[in-house]
Write a protein that binds this ligand. Structure first.
Ligand SMILES: C[S@@+](CC[C@H](N)C(=O)[O-])C[C@H]1O[C@@H](n2cnc3c(N)ncnc32)[C@H](O)[C@@H]1O
Length: 269
């Protein structure tokens, strides 16, 4: 079996999320895992437990063009505990849901940047920005492995079910570290596993682009973060948040997928 290259994975991911954005209709529920009932490709996962009822905060003020294209697996907004005036970056912003919620919380003196590599998603996000009428949000085209944002310029990085899709998580965390200010924080929802997927499972592109088989074992995920320089790392299962997983050793056996709440800090200089 030939391993897919990073470029091939990016193209497959763009194809899936571009199509989701293009084909989106307000009355059809979609999730990262199953864009519609005919297209699964997500192994035996409990989609409701992973991808439903994500937000604690009120989302009723957002148009259905935003909430209907919410493709995350958690609630990075609650994790982030944002304050007025902060600069926030959302990695893989999709149609914009976390950016718009963040923009309300940081207010007019704050600023939110959403980065996404998929043209149709960026178009949706910009149209949604007009609908919600928030001037303190901007969307930039780019890859999260080479973030189009200045060094040491961001207070909080959000991301919702995106880092698992990247073929190069080492680069993602290095870039996240680079753009955060000293003392800046990561507040991420993402898929991780206990146990590793086999190379055959990882070659299943429908399951990778559905946010499943690109997920890494928690121990490896934490290793990428530590290597980038992050401290105060926490990884908790959103459905069992009392247990800290960040100190876990690599797990043996079949990969068990979970939606994780991930936080970390870039230490003060
Ligand atoms: C599962 S969706 C999540 C979207 C959004 N965070 C949400 O919660 O609705 C993944 C998004 O990340 C983007 N994406 C995936 N991999 C990316 C990468 N390597 N660089 C930039 N964007 C990426 C896709 O284009 C898509 O819009």
């Amino acid at each position: 079996m030939n391993e897919l290259t990073a470029d091939q994975i990016h193209e497959e991911v763009k194809e899936r999320y571009g199509r989701l954005a293009d084909e989106f209709k307000v009355d059809v529920a979609s999730s990262c895992c199953s864009p519609n009932a005919d297209e699964r490709g997500c192994c035996d996962v409990d989609e409701d437990a992973l991808f439903s009822n994500l937000y604690s905060a009120d989302t009723s003020w957002l148009p259905e063009d935003v909430t209907g294209l919410s493709l995350g697996c958690g609630d990075p907004i609650t994790l982030a505990d944002l304050e007025p005036g902060q600069t926030v970056l959302d990695l893989g912003s999709g149609a914009g849901i976390d950016c718009f919620m963040a923009a309300r919380q940081v207010g007019e003196t704050g600023h939110v940047i959403g980065v996404d590599m998929t043209d149709s998603m960026l178009e949706k996000a910009n149209r949604n920005k007009e609908k919600v009428g928030l001037a303190n949000v901007e969307f930039r085209k780019g890859q999260i492995e080479a973030i189009p944002v200045d060094n040491d310029s961001v207070d909080v990085i959000l991301s919702n079910c995106v880092i698992n899709l990247s073929p190069d998580k080492t680069a993602v965390f290095q870039e996240a570290y680079r753009v955060l200010k000293p003392g800046g924080r990561l507040a991420v929802s993402d898929m991780v596993t206990l146990g590793k997927f086999t190379p055959e499972e990882r070659a299943d592109m429908a399951a990778w682009t559905g946010c499943i088989t690109g997920a890494e074992d928690v121990a490896d995920y934490v290793g990428f973060m530590k290597a980038a320089g992050f401290t105060d790392i926490s990884v908790r299962d959103k459905n069992n948040p009392d247990v800290e997983l960040a100190d876990s050793l690599a797990h043996a056996g079949e990969a068990k997928v979970l939606s994780a709440r991930v936080t970390a800090v870039k230490a003060q200089g």
